[in-house]
Design a protein around this ligand. Structure first.
Ligand SMILES: Cc1cc2nc3c(=O)[nH]c(=O)nc-3n(C[C@H](O)[C@H](O)[C@H](O)COP(=O)(O)OP(=O)(O)OC[C@H]3O[C@@H](n4cnc5c(N)ncnc54)[C@H](O)[C@@H]3O)c2cc1C
Length: 298
């Protein structure tokens, strides 16, 4: 069988693309290597997605997945390991090969970890990788931010507007962020800079209570935000030469890559704002334009 469209990844971007594809009556298949919902499955609380005042990530993932099932959108839980371009494209998983006219890649990205032993345990319980998402839970409290780039400094400024105190820990003696951010951080009273320092231990029972630095100092903080970079999930897109030097897929305003009929959406693409609401809207744009591409080939 030749599918009209194969969507790789069933996070917010992929599921949104699937909903639009099914409603356009495309013969679509969705593939995910893990639980549908993507990163939603690891988010404690979401308060910035329209329609939900406060929802747990797994509950929102389930709502998305219920819509997939309600619309009877075909999906399979298989990891994609390769994509071959052409008029008829091939999507290769660990066990199967599928043919299709168009592809939307929505495989997202992984936050890099510091490499400490309790990181998994505290993720969502004091340890976060997204101040915009989780900052409000730490209003009036003390938090620690790790990193020295634009994300770390930008998010420190955001957290400083909410929190009592922000410790900004950076392993070098200079930041790599833009001067504008550095100046603002240095002039913000409730941000304390701890240069040439590293977090070496995370402490607490169920929730994070403090972090230990490499000089033995213990910071009593309720939250730790790490910004040491993300790793886009793009092995096959690298082979197709669709990515920038950081591994993000480059798309035009229609979410189309330079390979005709191959689209991408969500956290996997090169962009400025990495949120659920942007991922779902890009998924919709990719799907509508994939449909136009498929119709143009008939
Ligand atoms: C801790 C944390 C908290 C956050 N909180 C918020 C928040 O409060 N509000 C907000 O708007 N945003 C939040 N975000 C950001 C938000 O989760 C992402 O922007 C959003 O999930 C991106 O959706 P996506 O579909 O592009 O990617 P993802 O959600 O990452 O989904 C990608 C999917 O692709 C699958 N996949 C990957 N590789 C393959 C492969 N080779 N084969 C098959 N499947 C594959 C994965 O299994 C996954 O299901 C948070 C992020 C984190 C890490």
């Amino acid at each position: 069988m030749i599918y009209d469209l194969i969507i790789i990844g069933m996070g917010p971007a992929g599921i949104s693309a699937g909903i639009y594809a099914k409603r356009a009556e495309l013969n679509v298949l969705m593939l995910d290597k893990s639980a549908p919902g993507g990163l939603l499955n690891i988010i404690n609380n979401i308060e910035n997605y329209p329609g939900f005042i406060n929802v747990s990530g797994p509950d929102l993932a389930m709502s998305f997945f219920n819509q997939v099932n309600g619309l009877k959108i075909p999906y399979k839980l298989e990891e994609v390991i390769d994509v071959n371009p052409g008029d008829i494209k091939e999507v290769v998983t660990k066990n199967n090969k599928y043919q299709c006219k168009s592809i939307i890649i929505t495989t997202g990205r992984e936050a890099r970890t510091i490499g400490l032993k309790n990181e998994d345990k505290f993720l969502g319980k004091g340890l976060s990788k997204c101040a915009l998402c989780d900052g409000a839970f730490y209003k009036g409290k003390d938090v620690c931010v790790v990193g020295g780039g634009n994300s770390a400094l930008g998010e420190s400024l955001y957290l400083a507007s909410l929190c009592h105190k922000v410790y900004l820990v950076h392993r070098r003696d200079e930041f790599t962020a833009d001067k504008e951010y550095i100046d603002k951080v240095k002039n913000t009273k409730n941000i304390e800079l701890l240069m040439k320092r590293q977090v070496v231990e995370l402490n607490g029972e169920d929730y994070l209570k403090s972090v230990t630095l490499d000089n033995g100092e213990v910071l009593n903080v309720d939250g730790l935000f790490t910004y040491i970079g993300y790793k886009p999930m793009t092995n096959f897109a690298v082979k197709l030469d669709l990515v920038d030097d950081k591994g993000y897929i480059e798309v035009d305003k229609n979410m189309e890559t330079k390979e005709k009929g191959i689209f991408a959406a969500g956290d996997i693409i090169k962009k400025d704002i990495y949120q659920i609401v942007t991922a779902t809207s890009e998924g919709a744009i990719a799907s509508i334009n994939a449909n136009k591409y498929i119709k143009s080939k008939k």
